[in-house]
Every structure is written in structure tokens, then in C-alpha cells.
Design a protein around this ligand. Sequence first.
Ligand SMILES: [Zn+2]
Length: 177
Amino acid sequence: MDTSRQTEHPRRSQDPQRNGPAPRPAGGLDPDAWEQPSTPARPRPSPRPGLNESPPFEPPISAVGPLFVRRLERIYSWRVTFSVDINSRPTSHILGGYYRSRRLVRIYAHDSKDGRRPLNELFDTFLHEVAHHLEYTEPQSFNSKVCRRVRGRMHSRLFWQILGELKFRWADLQARS
Ligand SMILES: [Zn+2]
């Protein structure tokens, strides 16, 4: 498995007091593979909904990947195909990863403590990993001749521009429907 080009994304600690130095990754990962994402963590929903709340809709894991691809189709026409793996191995810090050599977007669906992650959180991770894919495969779609990722920094300005565009389009679609 080629891990030298993968980017994996840890969850930002929900307790700012405990934001110590990030643990070092196992050998083979990019040295910056544990960099914190700059998106703030959302509060987690209560694991036991109150009597008046119905639990959020949770499609079976096997349906999540196709669902996310269909959602993406409504907001963006990508040029280079990629695969999606919704992985059910529980993780505590890693939300997902993009494996450049295999053009693989991987999403970890289960938190080792809280169980299955909410669908909107998984979709957020999906868009994040797709933004990595687009930065590598079609930077020209975002007015850049080349991928702007620089060694030692996981997220370039171009990356955030791409992710911002995807999130804007999705929010815009939600607002109109
Ligand atoms: Zn990333």
C-alpha cells in the first residue's frame, strides 16, 4: 500500500485545553499527516434523543458512498474518476483520507467511543477528501496551472478555495430546495 501520498485527517480536539502536540504518525505517512483540520468541530448530537426527537435518518453504510457521489454530481462535474470507501473500522482521531496513487477517498464512519458518526459529518469529510482529489487532478478548474500543495503543509490556499467552493455550492443547493 502506498501511504507516502496519503493525507489523513484527524478530528480537532473538542476540548481546547487538551490541544497538546499532535501524536506522531506511524512510519510511512506524510510528516504532516496529523495536522489538525482548520474546520471547527461541531457539537456532537446526543446519543440518546429525547422523547420528542426522532433519530436522524441513517442510511445503511453500503448506501452512504453512492449517496455522497449523487450529491456531489448535483454540485460539481469532476474530470477524473475516483473511488469511495466508507470504512467501518472505528477510529478516534482520523476522519478520512485521500490516497492519491489510487485516487481513493476513504471515510471512517465510526467513532471508537461514540459509534457511528452523523451523516452530515461524514459528508463534510467526504467533501474535504474530494477537495484533495480535485486539487491533484484538476487544479486548472480553479484557475491554477498546478497542484499548489507544498511539502510540509497539508492544505494549500488552493485546497481551501476548492473546499470552500464545494461547500458553498452544496449550501446554496440546500437553500434553494
Ligand atoms: Zn486534508
